[in-house]
Design a protein around this ligand. Structure first.
Ligand code: FAD
Length: 460
């Protein structure tokens, strides 16, 4: 009797369906398996290892309080869990269902040796239930959103169990410190202190954001303003359920919560895309782009441009501010993500996949669905995406969305420039020394990108 409770990207006790299910079912063995093998190239990146360390620390303490301490193990998750089931004689494993292709493959393997009970809990609605009348999955967001709304509100969030009954003699696990998830020297995560990973931190972030929900539509595109929730890493790691976010935001702002809830639904849409196109992170949604003549990042000039982009030294202040915010804090404002991604793809003609991989290692919210879908959306390679020929102009975007203070914060060498010059420092009477020249002019880049698009269209 009893169950193994398998945690993955669902590191919470409140409104966690697998936790609820095991609470009523005898002794519980909670386990987290650090698995760098199963996800292959998509193994958890450096910024998220920092996050994971702190999140697991919080979860361990919370489970300890409930009476059933968290077991930490390492290895290929399905093998580790099958072995654990043999060793303890517990045949049943409860878990929240996840949609990344590697998790689905691992689930299928594990289900051959144990009774695996999967619970819906990672999205607002199970992706396979949000379909058209004919049962087809949506490829475009707006009809998906309408169909999702028909199923909303989501279930009412459920409280965590009062206590969990431990195994009389739980096996010995590993020590979190031995996993060395935190950076050592140099400690590049100093700026990550803006975050509080873990379930408590997620609740605090939501509380902090709720008074702003009604103004979200007006402020969400302004990088200089804290107008968004910053819940993305918490949602990725499942420290708070999307259903909880939905209910709290609706209660706070009623009809004015709409724009925020719609954005939250993009996360569900992305996971639905992953379900339909498991190779979303490594294949163009539109095959036409397979023949695109991207510049190589191994050749000298492509390599130098790519490095300048990663380091925030492109000479475009808005992009450099974003890339430096990303490096320092593990997060970047959504509007700036779009501008920076578009610049890499269309101005520098570098394949979106290189950018997506960079984000994978540096974002604390790196998420296979959200990251891949958004990169493909910006690139124009996705099934639902902005067309390639719509090329964002970074300088007018920067001025339009009032990024001046944001630039001052992240590109200190420009902080003395006034609003009229900060977006284009080279127009200032005395441009600051030490800030790079733009890698390429906008008009020239635009013409080059459109010519490359023409070439692929005509099959040249
Ligand atoms: P809010 O505006 O407060 O939104 C609330 C929640 O809704 C977010 O936490 C997120 O879970 C979801 N959401 C919002 N916008 C989007 C969107 N466009 N697509 C999918 N979900 C969304 N988001 C990630 O979570 N992980 C990623 O790896 C990621 N990579 C991205 C890469 C690019 C090139 C771009 C353009 C966007 C990417 N996004 C990613 C989407 C978006 O930028 C972030 O979700 C958002 O900036 C997170 O900040 P927030 O929590 O304050 O968002």
């Amino acid at each position: 009797a009893g169950s193994i409770l398998w945690f993955r990207q669902d590191l919470r006790l409140f409104d966690q369906p697998a936790v609820r299910a095991v609470a009523a079912d005898g002794p519980v063995l909670p386990v987290y398996v650090l698995d760098d093998e199963t996800p292959g190239d998509w193994r958890i990146g450096a910024a998220q290892r920092w996050w994971l360390h702190h999140s697991l620390k919080g979860l361990s303490a919370a489970l300890e309080d409930k009476g059933a301490p968290l077991l930490l193990l390492r290895g290929k998750c399905d093998e580790v869990l099958a072995e654990l089931a043999r060793e303890t004689g517990i045949r049943r494993v409860h878990a929240v269902q996840h949609h990344e292709p590697w998790w689905r493959r691992a689930e299928a393997r594990l289900a051959k040796s144990v009774e695996l009970v999967l619970h819906h809990g990672a999205t607002l609605a199970p992706p396979e239930q949000v379909t058209s009348r004919t049962g087809a999955s949506y490829r475009v967001f707006t009809p998906f959103w309408r169909a999702l709304l028909d199923q909303m509100p989501p279930h009412k969030p459920e409280a965590a169990p009062q206590s969990l009954k431990p195994l009389p003699k739980p096996p010995r696990g590993e020590a979190l410190a031995d996993w060395k998830l935190l950076p050592r020297r140099p400690d590049w995560a100093k700026g990550f202190d803006v975050w509080t990973p873990g379930e408590e931190g997620a609740k605090a972030a939501l509380r902090h954001f709720l008074p702003e929900v009604a103004d979200y539509d007006a402020t969400r595109n302004l990088p200089s303003v804290e107008g968004t929730s910053r819940l993305s890493p918490h949602l990725h790691f499942g420290e708070i359920s999307p259903a909880t976010v939905w209910h709290m935001a609706s209660k706070q702002a009623h009809a004015r919560a709409g724009p925020f809830l719609r954005e939250l639904a993009w996360r569900d849409f992305a996971l639905g895309q992953v379900q339909q196109f498991p190779r979303l992170g490594e294949e163009n949604g539109r095959e036409q782009f397979d023949g695109f003549s991207w510049r190589s990042i191994n050749a000298r000039s492509g390599k130098a441009d790519f490095e300048a982009w990663t380091r925030g030294r492109t000479g475009y202040p808005i992009i450099d501010a974003g890339m430096r915010q990303l490096w320092a804090t593990g997060w970047m404002h959504n509007r700036v993500r779009m501008i920076a991604a578009s610049f890499l793809i269309k101005h520098l003609l570098i394949d979106w996949q290189h950018g997506a991989r960079w984000f994978w290692g540096t974002l604390v919210d790196a998420d296979y669905g959200n990251n891949s879908m958004n990169w493909q959306w910006v690139a124009g390679t996705g099934v639902d995406s902005a067309p390639f020929y719509r090329i964002m102009a970074p300088l007018s975007q920067s001025a339009k969305f009032n990024a001046a203070d944001y630039i001052r914060e992240w590109v200190p060498e420009l902080s003395d420039l006034d609003d009229a010059h900060i977006h284009e420092p080279w127009t200032a009477p005395s441009p600051p020394a030490g800030y790079p020249e733009p890698l390429i002019g906008h008009a020239e880049a635009r013409a080059r990108a459109l010519a490359a698009l023409d070439a692929v269209k005509s099959g040249k």
